[in-house]
Design a protein around this ligand. Structure first.
Ligand SMILES: [Zn+2]
Length: 268
């Protein structure tokens, strides 16, 4: 009896330790690992990850990774550098729950990097726009970095699930050179790399009582199968954010790769 309890106890301790070690190994890739995954997500533009700069293939100046400033969450949203943009790990999967305060994985972006990836003006973005068939609508998105192909693949998979169509059409928009509401920061719609679904099911933190503090009541009305299909093709979902925007998806394959490396799941 006593021997039995001892071995049960040892076994429990072993399992606890293995779980801890497993967590440590899976969680939080280093900044350098994240940057390597970023470079792999945009091989036609990012040539090399240096110690403190990214070398790009457009012939322009190398981009600093970290501006060295200590920033609040609001400051990171307003003027994120590359390091800030990778600081929160996006969780994957067909689950949703109210996000923790200021957990906005992917909502922090480096506008300098986005402009180098996709173009720095509405005119330059327009040159790369192509049409994607979205259930009979023709949506304009950028062809750069595989965005148009990825969105077409999403549509192909969603089309096999006719019950989902009412949530998807009409799309509330793709390319639109504009700032995010209430900010001076360009929306990813400006780069032709985002899509909004049928606004009839949308919930948005600003509409749900969120003021400057961002304390809004979380709600999502889109089936999570849709989220899982978008994530499979490199898009992140705005429904994972504290400052939630549930109809919004944007192409951020680096964050999907980092999530996989970190085994970051929304279902835990
Ligand atoms: Zn949007």
């Amino acid at each position: 009896m006593r021997r039995g309890s001892k071995s049960t106890c040892l076994r429990a301790a072993f399992l606890f330790l293995s779980a801890c070690v497993g967590e440590t190994l899976a969680a939080d890739p280093t900044l350098h690992e994240k940057l390597e995954l970023l470079a792999r997500a945009y091989p036609e533009m990012i040539a090399e990850v240096g110690k403190d700069k990214l070398t790009l293939r457009d012939g322009g100046a190398a981009l600093p990774i970290d501006d060295g400033r200590r920033k609040s969450h609001a400051e990171k949203l307003a003027s994120g550098d590359i390091e800030d943009s990778l600081s929160q790990i996006y969780p994957l999967g067909a689950c949703a729950r109210p996000p923790a305060a200021d957990f906005d994985p992917g909502r922090i972006r480096s506008e300098a990097l986005m402009k180098r990836l996709y173009g720095g003006s509405a005119a330059s973005i327009r040159r790369d726009l192509v049409s994607v068939d979205w259930f009979g609508e023709r949506l304009k998105v950028t062809r750069r970095h595989g965005v148009a192909k990825a969105l077409q693949a999403v549509e192909g998979e969603l089309a096999a699930r006719p019950k989902l169509k009412r949530y998807l059409v009409p799309s509330s928009g793709t390319f639109n050179w504009r700032n995010i509401a209430g900010t001076r920061t360009l929306s990813v719609h400006s780069f032709g790399a985002a899509i909004d679904l049928n606004t009839g099911f949308a919930d948005y933190w600003r509409w749900s009582g969120g003021g400057k503090s961002g304390a809004a009541a979380y709600r999502n009305r889109y089936p999570l199968d849709i989220v899982e299909i978008f994530e499979k093709h490199g898009f992140i979902w705005g429904g994972r954010w504290y400052h939630f925007d549930t109809m919004h998806f944007e192409y951020r394959p680096e964050l999907i790769s980092i999530a996989k490396q970190a085994s970051a799941s929304a279902c835990r």
